[in-house]
Design a protein around this ligand. Sequence first.
Ligand code: RTP
Ligand code: MG
Length: 140
Amino acid sequence: MTTERSLVLVKPDGFARGLTGEVLRRIEAKGYRLVALQVLTPDLDRLHVHYEEHVGKPFFEPLCEFMSSGPVTAVVIEGERCIEGFRALAGATDPTAALPGTIRGDLGRDWGRKVQENIVHGSDSPESAAREIGIWFPEL
Ligand code: RTP
Ligand code: MG
């Protein structure tokens, strides 16, 4: 048994399209528990820390600008192997490559959109999850 926590974000595109409930439905249907949830418009300082692994990449600033462009829903989920499991639910980073059955594959738009608009973020390792949960939910 490896009960984990992961940090999930419903990004501004997912929030604006009214997909927050659909993302939460899939998380709960999989059997993961919701530990904490908040709607907020993140500032650039927080996003620069959140995405620090991408500092210097060409998409870093556009990504942070996009992520600060409107409300997001930040969620901490919990469950057996939920870090890897949520990333499987999310699908490939590029919605045009994500498989049907995944959040990005089923719901991602593939006409002229930018890859940064891929509905959700999920932590990619236990270390990332601990770091990111500290950024978004320091009280946990
Ligand atoms: P995430 O962190 O959002 O869960 O997604 P990920 O692990 O699948 O992707 P990652 O490589 O960590 O990239 C973070 C986010 O940056 C945007 N991105 N844009 N070439 C590009 O323009 C590009 N590559 C990545 C995406 O929003 C991606 O989710
Ligand atoms: Mg990532």
